[in-house]
Design a protein around this ligand. Structure first.
Ligand SMILES: NC(=O)c1ccc[n+]([C@@H]2O[C@H](COP(=O)([O-])OP(=O)(O)OC[C@H]3O[C@@H](n4cnc5c(N)ncnc54)[C@H](OP(=O)(O)O)[C@@H]3O)[C@@H](O)[C@H]2O)c1
Length: 260
């Protein structure tokens, strides 16, 4: 999927990976709509994007609000009649312990990673089905989506739910003949964002936000169904998926601190 002269939506672009992707796409003469709750930071992202020659339109709001998400999609369509690329990027996974966590925290994690995605996905897919040119919905998922990981139980579950929903959507787009709509899940390993830097979760092979944006743009260009990076972490996860459960558990617990 070419990402030049496009109408693009990036959710969760006030910091981290979303901001880095917005800035990277700013180099390609795009119209980029960005969302998040923190207005000041979102406006700063917009300035960075525009400094690279694209147009940028911040729309502040909480993606847990279904009506707000629908209005963002409606606003873009009113203005441009189409959306070419949507990166659904909102989420996060502070460390947690399945043996002590409250139901409230687990559900908040699901809401932050899954509900925010669905709130944008539903109006987006309704719109994109009507379009006739190629378009893409991508979600920032995680390499922590394929099996349970200590300290990340609620997060891995929320990301797995998103991945499986989108996999099904991809099948149904094909089934119902909407071949022009692409669905991609993006699976970063550890990315050095302000949020993740000091959260206490070990971060082997961590990469910068800018590097993650490079990988994400490459994935758009190649139209991969799943974009996993960096290669070292992707290989480790591939290995982890095929080894016996007992072996995987021993390796993961070997990396897990005792005090959380
Ligand atoms: N960092 C990593 O190592 C890593 C690895 C794999 C996957 N990921 C995934 O990458 C994505 C981005 O993470 P990040 O590390 O870049 O974290 P981040 O800097 O905290 O970015 C999260 C973004 O989502 C926005 N957001 C959160 N809740 C929102 C809500 N209810 N409504 C609207 N916006 C909301 C935040 O903005 P506001 O607070 O201003 O609303 C922020 O812009 C997440 O989905 C995360 O799971 C991260």
């Amino acid at each position: 999927m070419d990402y030049t002269n496009r109408v693009i939506l990036i959710t969760g672009a006030s910091s981290g990976i979303g901001r880095a992707v917005a800035v990277a796409l700013g180099r390609y003469n795009n119209d980029i709509f960005i969302t998040a709750r923190r207005k000041r930071l979102l406006d700063e992202t917009a300035k960075l994007v525009m400094a690279h020659g694209s147009r940028c339109y911040p729309i502040v709001g909480d993606a847990l609000d279904e009506a707000y998400c629908a209005s963002v999609v409606g606003h873009i369509v009113d203005k441009f009649k189409r959306i070419d690329i949507a990166l659904l990027n909102i989420g996060g996974g502070p460390p947690s312990n399945t043996l002590t966590v409250s139901a409230k925290v687990v559900k908040e994690c699901m809401r932050s990673n899954y509900d925010t995605m669905i709130n944008f996905f539903c109006p987006l897919i309704g719109q994109m089905k009507k379009q006739t040119t190629k378009c893409l919905i991508a979600q920032t998922n995680s390499l922590a989506t394929y099996f349970g990981i200590p300290m990340q139980g609620d997060y891995t579950a929320a990301k797995a739910a998103g991945r499986i929903f989108l996999e099904t959507a991809r099948m149904e787009l094909r089934h119902f003949g909407y071949k022009h709509v692409l669905i991609q899940t993006i699976h970063p390993g550890f990315v050095d964002t302000e949020k993740s830097r000091n959260d206490g979760i070990p971060e082997p092979n961590v990469i910068s936000e800018e590097k993650s944006a490079e990988y994400i743009l490459k994935g758009f260009r190649k139209e991969w169904l799943e974009n996993r990076f960096p290669a070292s972490m992707s290989a480790a996860v591939r290995f982890g998926r095929i080894v016996p459960y007992g072996f995987r558990t021993r390796v993961l617990l070997g990396e897990t601190p005792k005090d959380y």
